[in-house]
Design a protein around this ligand. Sequence first.
Ligand code: ADP
Length: 487
Amino acid sequence: MANPNVKVQYNQIFINNTFVNSISGKTFVTLNPANKLKIADVAEGDKADVDLAVKAARTAFQIGSKWRTMDASARGLLMTKLADLIDEHKVTLANLESLDNGKPYDDSLLDISAAVGTLKYYAGFADKIHGKTIPADGPYLSFTKPQPIGVVGQIIPWNYPILMLTWKWGPALATGCTIVLKPAEQTPLTALYVAALSKEAGFPEGVINVVPGYGPTAGQAIASHQDINKVAFTGSTEVGKIVMEEAAKSNLKRVSLELGGKSPLLVFDDVDVDEAVSIAHDALFSNMGQSCCAGSRTFVQEGIYDKFVEKAAKMASEKKVGDQFDSSTQIGPLVDEEQFNKVLGMIESGKKEGAKVETGGSKVGDTGYFVYPTVFSNVTDEMKIAREEIFGPVQQIIKFKTLDEAIERANKTNYGLAAGILSKNINTVLKYIESVDAGSVWVNCYDAVNAQTPFGGFKQSGHGRELGEDGLKEYLEIKTISIKKQF
Ligand code: ADP
């Protein structure tokens, strides 16, 4: 049951299966974005704490350790146990997630169910990671042995806190890596709770470590650490570049990045307009628009443009904005003041540059970080709202005439995370699939994100893939062994 008074049990750093204060003794406050009131003080980790966590993770990764000698199948069972515990504790976790992040309680429950699914999916891989025997030239028996990459640093964002955690832990644990994770400073609570559950599940000391703290301190310490073998980062393109630079400057650790987007969704004249409006609405407004793959450029063909805009505005205007624990709420608050101000600033820029506000266009009251679902029409490609990531409940509806023109405009961005198309014409769809620069293409649907299917970006939306079998590769080194035959 939704409960805004859920008790915060874990607010310290988790190292070696133990909760500890930060070495500096510092803490930071995490707020409820619906009323700006403090939820809890949380231990603020920085470089010294990251160092301790890395030491723990390194020890757990030593040859001969419990973790390294455990059967792969047993590793998979531990992961399944953790997934089951998350499921058992889903009500508490959903309450903590909604309190910290602002998303409606039912949405948190959906995220948790996806998180459980992700861990279970990867648990199944633990004893199915195979090498190859290779008929190499010469008197050799040659084969490959995929090995865990080592100690991995993982830096996650605030938009889907528990889900992003499992996207990172799933492949890391299945391959046998050890982990130092930093949750976002806005939303540290569910990561700490899941850390406690990982101990209950039976993970050996040091395999999983969680250090809450700020990006430029704790995050930077992970990216630049000399004894971390790989960093996995999800967040803004701007910070992704810093992480990559720090990784290169320190020990050339492996890097995977899942970054920003400005994803195009093309809607053609031949569709059912009501259905298309609804798909495009969800593509943008789900999670209050705070999604890296949000369909934030809605390209609509001219024949249905006016009708589409009218219906899209009506749908957005009917959404109930409110407290995340109210069961009728569809749109909760944005995560924090910075995000709130950024989104309001983007709305002002849209107005100034001549886009037309069809609905919304302002904040809601003064108690929390609420913004009305906003729909802009008459948006042109040059406008800031059509070029930059907004990460808020603001839909840009852009008119186009032909497929070729739409493809060219859809690709005119530095991003390439996702793309959608709504059309009944198979050749239109096929040409788009082939031409669009995006890691995921959704046809007659949107946000078809699944544990089984790889997800990641072209261009400045990132490096590498998460989820699916491909997600495992980011956590493996391939060792090639050649044995001379002497018979
Ligand atoms: P967003 O814009 O979604 O808040 P950020 O890229 O700022 O995304 O943050 C995503 C994650 O990256 C958070 O955990 C944040 O603390 C962390 N982070 C921010 N700055 C840095 C940095 N300089 N080095 C490493 N991590 C950082």
